[in-house]
Design a protein around this ligand. Structure first.
Ligand SMILES: Nc1nc2c(c(=O)[nH]1)N[C@H]1C(S)=C(S)[C@@H](COP(=O)(O)O)O[C@H]1N2
Ligand SMILES: [Mo]
Length: 189
């Protein structure tokens, strides 16, 4: 197998032009006066940050690939934002916390095990390829989980909820895989 092939999960095609835009519903309006980022559930330090407070958190940069379950992949996107680990350390999860439900501005949800979110390249991003993230790509803040199909990379994130049991997200309720590993082609439940 050549190196290019190994970079792309089975039955995915690399989209070489524009970064595609895909989501359900309209792109939400961002109001920096009203926007906040909250963390709730099984944590010892509930957190609420407004937009300027969020921007003061330590920044990480991560270059990663992105795989949509419908079959397109984007290679080498440069994301900038806050590592999930930074949030984890701030909120001090309780012993029994195992999963995090990620909730967007208008009710889109997805859930991931904590160990997946602790990967180094998982972040809450506000820049893509050296530019502020565009509204259609999830501004002001989106999750990026490169090693899962992209429906786990929720856009327009407002809330993280730490839970003991895994909650089913928007697509996961509709038959898509909860584990969503593109390398194992876990597309459907
Ligand atoms: N809030 C929200 N996030 C979402 C979605 C959505 O419908 N709503 N769609 C997901 C899916 S299926 C994909 S492929 C990616 C697409 O991200 P992009 O539009 O930046 O390419 O966003 C994911 N995050
Ligand atoms: Mo997708």
């Amino acid at each position: 197998m050549n190196e290019k092939k190994e970079r792309v999960p089975p039955n995915q095609r690399v989209a070489y032009d524009e970064f595609p835009v895909l989501h359900v519903g309209p792109v939400p309006k961002f109001n920096p006066e009203k926007w906040d980022f909250t963390v709730e559930g099984l944590i010892n330090n509930p957190l609420r940050l407004n937009y300027s407070e969020f921007l003061k958190l330590p920044i990480v940069v991560s270059v990663s690939d992105f795989h949509c379950v419908t079959g397109w992949s984007i290679l080498d996107s440069k994301w900038e934002g806050v590592a999930f680990k930074t949030i984890f350390d701030l909120v001090k999860p309780k012993e029994n916390a195992r999963y995090v439900t990620v909730i967007d501005e208008s009710g889109y949800t997805t859930s991931l095990p904590l160990e997946d979110l602790m990967h180094k390249d998982v972040l809450l991003a506000y820049e893509l390829n050296d530019k502020p993230l565009e509204p259609a790509h999830g501004a002001p803040l989106r999750l990026v989980v490169p090693h899962k199909y992209a429906y786990k990379s929720a856009k327009w994130v407002r809330t993280l909820r730490f839970t003991e049991k895994q909650e089913l997200g928007f697509w996961e309720k509709r038959g898509y895989s909860n584990s969503a590993d593109p390398w194992k082609e876990e597309r459907y439940a």
